[in-house]
Structure formats: C-alpha cells, structure tokens
Design a protein around this ligand. Structure first.
Ligand code: PMP
Length: 433
C-alpha cells in the first residue's frame, strides 16, 4: 500500500537534516505513531507486532510508567549531587539484584556510557590498558565502547581500525565458527592463548576482558559451556578485570536467568546494564565492587548530569516493580520457550532454517542456503524481513552476515502474538521470497 503523502515528506525532511549514519529501518518505513504492549500502530492505523524492540521491556505505553514519570517530573528532576531518596533506593535495589560482592553502583544514561565507564574502571583498578574483547561483538558508540566493538555488520572497517590496546579474540561461535557444538569450549579457550602469550612475552599487563555473556550481536548464541569460567580465570591470573556486558541479554530477558553470566556460572567484576532497565528512558548502570569503584577516585570525581536523576531512578524502580508484579521474567521464560519450540518446528519444514539460537525472549533464527556449508542466506533474510513487515511484523536481521532474525520483543509478549509471528514466518517461508 502507498504510504500517506505526508509520511514521504517527513521522511525526506528527516533525510535532509538528521545525520545520515543514523539509519532507519526499512527503505519504505511505516510512520509509527503509537505503541501499546507488544504492538505499534502507524499513522494510517495499521497494527504491527513489534518483535525487535528489546528496549520496551515492559511493553509500549505502560500507563504505570507514564504516571510515575509524570508524578516525579512534576515534583522534582535534578542531578545526583543533590540529596533525595530515590537515588539511594534504586542503587540499593540494583546492588541487591547483583551477586553479593557487587554492591556499588554508578548511574549513567546508556549502554555505551556504561561500557566506557567500565573500561575506565578496569584501567584504573588494574593499572593496565590492554583489553581483550570478542570478535563479532558490539559494545557501543562512545570512543571506548566503540574501540572494543568488532562487529563488521555495524562497522565494515572495524577489524582494521582498532586502537593498539584492543585485542580481539576468536568469536566462540559454536554454530558457524571453526569449532562447532557444545564440546568446543577447550578449543575456543585455546584460541585465546596466543593473544595472552604474546602480551606475556612482551611483559605487558592485561587490563581486562569485556564480552556479552550470551553472544547477542552474533544472534543470541550461548557461549560454550564453561567458557567464561576459563577465560575469567586466565584474565584474573594476569590482574585483569572481567566486564560482563548485560546491556542486551541481561535483566530478565533470558527468562531462565536474570543475568547472562548466571548461565555460565561465573561472577564478573563489573556488570554493565542499560536498554531494558529504562524501558526506553535513557538509563544505564555500572555495578561493581566497592574496591573497583573506589579506584576511580584517583582520577577525581565522576559526574553525569542526568545519570541517576530522580526521574531516571523512578523509571528504574517502576520498571522493576512492573517486571515483578507482571511476572515478566517468568513470561520471557514460558512464552520464549513456547516460541522457540514453534520456530524449531519450522526448521523441520524449511531447510533455510539453519538454527534457532538463544533462550527466553532473546532468540536468533539463523537462515542458511545450505545446512552443510552454512552459507549465510543474507539477501533472503532481508527479503523475509520486508515481507514480514507487509504482514504486520517488525523484524530485523543481525550478525556479521545479517542472516539472523533478532527476536527480542517486549517481555509482555503473549502466546497469541508468538503464534502470530510463527504463523507469519511460516507463510513467508511457504511463499518463497
Ligand atoms: N552493548 C550492547 C551489547 C549493545 O547491544 C548495545 C546497543 N545495541 C550497547 C552496548 C550500547 O548501548 P546504547 O545504545 O544504549 O548506548
């Protein structure tokens, strides 16, 4: 259907003044006007099922969140140098959500900021600058978080432009990496050793290691069992700090676990979190130990104008209240498992479905042209996403080959909506593309 005439005009105004690298989804995007729970509505009144928006954790347009923001903003919004109760309450609550020794919180405004600050903390606490990160990873857009981002889907130049303190190591991609399946842990750990040995041989110290605890950017692939236990031990043996980027995968989305690192049976030294914790409001946090947090004191004070503001803290508290009262983590587990089973069943019918990665409401459906060679079905994936849009489903590709559907809807997804998504996908695969 042709978009309404004003929509094309508004898009062209966006292209005139909104800087180009800030891409929008789709070549002919619907003009979205409203959101409600797991749905979005465009200006023509058309409904879309939002299967991609991992930020809208509690669902779009949650009245309880809107009311809490309104009340707090009407009363007070200022910065965290002032003394008000909610900043104490929210920090306390985040500390309670983290493992015991991680009881100290910095409040910032995004995942990139959280990761940048985590790097600074690791440098300050270890006294060393070298950082290990994983290939195919993404950690943000700020100078530090971008430096440790290696995903060529996000930045085609990534692998040739990293600063010299960044040491990317092999992506432990158990689906299409050089070592396959759950028994590949030892091989992927061994693949990190040459980098560590090279630093050791030069007498260089290691500042730390940053990674997503479930391989989010690569499509929600679980790290091989025990991988982080071994890598964290190697890093700590060299005095390095282990940073868990939980920006996408943590905070209840995995359903079976609140944090991604729980699934690996490790406790990091620093947790970074954002996205879903603010349900769309700019909110991020770094949770660490008192000793690591205090290491930053040598560099003076830390201050973020809006980080930890009363409104941000109220948003954070209300999101957690809603998650508890509406049992959203449990829903992520149950509806996520149900959806995963439905997607796996599509794999029995359609050879293009190579694998269904992930758990809870963080799933990745990987399309391949050939199940033996695993040749990525990149163009097909783009066409499938376009066709899904026409059927009323918002879905986007991820991964270095852009051949994985990133399935991360609001955590209030219902079984009915999971069925709608799986049925639409079945229809698109039946039609061909
Ligand atoms: N880490 C991960 C794993 C992410 O996926 C992202 C955002 N896609 C970030 C960090 C950066 O977060 P933000 O966009 O809030 O700066």
């Amino acid at each position: 259907d042709a978009p309404p005439p004003r929509s094309a005009e508004i898009l062209s105004r966006r292209e005139s003044h909104f800087a180009k690298p800030q891409k929008n989804y789709y070549t002919r995007p619907p003009q979205i006007e409203r959101g409600w729970k797991q749905h979005m509505f465009d200006v023509t009144g058309r409904t879309y099922l939002d299967m991609v928006n991992n930020v809208a954790t509690v669902g779009h347009g949650h009245p309880r969140l809107a009311e809490a923001v309104y009340q707090q903003w009407s009363m007070l919004n200022t910065n965290s140098r002032f003394h008000y109760e909610v900043v104490a309450a929210f920090s306390e609550r985040l500390a309670r959500l983290a493992p015991d020794n991680l009881d100290t919180v910095f409040l910032v405004n995004s995942g990139s900021e959280a990761n940048d600050l985590a790097l600074r903390l690791a440098w300050a606490a270890s006294g060393a600058r070298n950082m290990l990160c994983l290939l195919e990873g993404y950690h943000g857009w700020t100078v530090g978080s971008d430096a440790v981002s290696t995903s060529i889907a996000d930045n085609p130049q990534a692998l040739t432009t990293r600063p010299d303190w960044v040491h990317p190591v092999m992506a432990p991609n158990t689906y299409r990496g050089p070592y396959r399946g759950p028994n590949s842990t030892a091989d992927y750990v061994a693949a990190v050793r040459p980098t560590l040995d090279a630093l050791d041989a030069k007498g260089e110290k290691l500042g730390g290691f940053i990674c997503e605890t479930v391989y989010g950017n690569a499509g929600g692939i679980a790290l091989p069992p025990g991988y982080l236990q071994e890598i964290y031990a190697e890093v700590r043996r060299r005095g390095g700090i282990c940073i868990a980027d939980e920006v996408q995968v943590g905070y209840g989305r995995l359903g079976h676990y609140f944090w991604g690192f729980d699934q690996q049976g490790v406790v990091p030294d620093i947790i970074t979190v954002a996205k879903g914790m603010g349900a769309g409001h700019p909110l991020g946090a770094v949770i660490t130990s008192r000793a690591i947090a205090d290491a930053l004191e040598k560099e003076g004070y830390f201050f973020s104008s809006a980080g930890g503001s009363p409104v941000s803290c109220v948003v954070g508290m209300t999101v957690l209240d809603i998650m508890t009262d509406e049992e959203l983590q449990e829903n992520a587990r149950d509806t996520g498992d149900y959806l995963k089973a439905r997607l796996e069943a599509l794999g029995q019918r359609f050879p293009i479905v190579g694998a269904v990665h992930g758990m809870g409401l963080y799933l990745g459906l990987e399309f391949v042209r050939d199940r033996q060679t695993l040749q990525p079905a990149t163009e097909e994936t783009a066409a499938i996403c376009d066709r899904l849009l026409a059927l009323g489903v918002i879905m986007q590709p991820t991964g270095d080959h852009l051949n994985v559907l990133k399935i991360k809807p609001p955590l209030c997804l219902t079984r009915e909506s999971a069925d709608f998504f799986a049925d639409c996908l079945a229809r698109v695969l039946e039609e061909g593309w």
